[in-house]
Design a protein around this ligand. Structure first.
Ligand code: SF4
Ligand code: SF4
Length: 163
């Protein structure tokens, strides 16, 4: 297992408060070229983490589903859209459609995804740290650092860089 996953497991609980404080400060006064810096940190951290050693997002966060996701997944599984809904979809507390259970029913024992080519857009985009406008998702990144070791280390390295 990656060393970064081990350190996240050891430190994420105690670092959570600091991460929250850090993103609050960052929101008030974001540095110039923040997206450029975080884009580089995203590439750096993901070069050191293998998601197949982790899969914590698939084990703990039910992905959002849009119409296109449901169409593709139903087709891949050979189900009608209504059968797919019945078997795999629930409405969450925000009124969004999400995969009904965690860990995700499509996660395999080796941490790979059995519907990889048809996986939802939310899975393809997670953890959103390579997106432009890093600053507009700071609260989300602080929250995600509890679930995703990569986000945790991106925030940690960003703090060290800006100190
Ligand atoms: S669909 Fe695949 S990538 Fe998305 S949560 Fe499930 S197992 Fe993970
Ligand atoms: S939680 Fe983060 S590091 Fe772990 S599998 Fe998901 S994206 Fe990869």
């Amino acid at each position: 297992m990656s060393k970064l996953i081990d350190t996240w497991k050891q430190q994420q609980k105690t670092a959570q408060k600091l991460n929250n404080q850090f993103v609050k400060k960052l929101k008030i006064r974001p540095p110039k070229k923040l997206d450029e810096i975080t884009g580089e940190l995203h590439d750096e951290v993901f070069s050191e983490i293998n998601c197949l050693d982790c899969a914590n997002c698939c084990k703990s966060i039910p992905p959002l589903l849009n119409d296109n996701d449901i169409r593709k997944l139903s087709k891949t599984l050979g189900l009608s859209s209504s059968d797919f809904h019945e078997k795999y979809v629930r409405i969450d507390e925000d009124g969004d459609r999400v995969i009904a259970s965690t860990p995700c029913p499509f996660l395999l024992d080796d941490n790979s995804c059995s519907v990889y080519e048809a996986r939802p857009k939310a899975c393809r985009q997670y953890p959103h740290t390579d997106r432009a406008q890093f600053v507009s998702s700071l609260k989300l990144h602080a929250e995600n650092s509890r679930y995703c070791p990569a986000v945790f280390h991106i925030l940690q390295r960003l703090q060290h860089k800006l100190d």
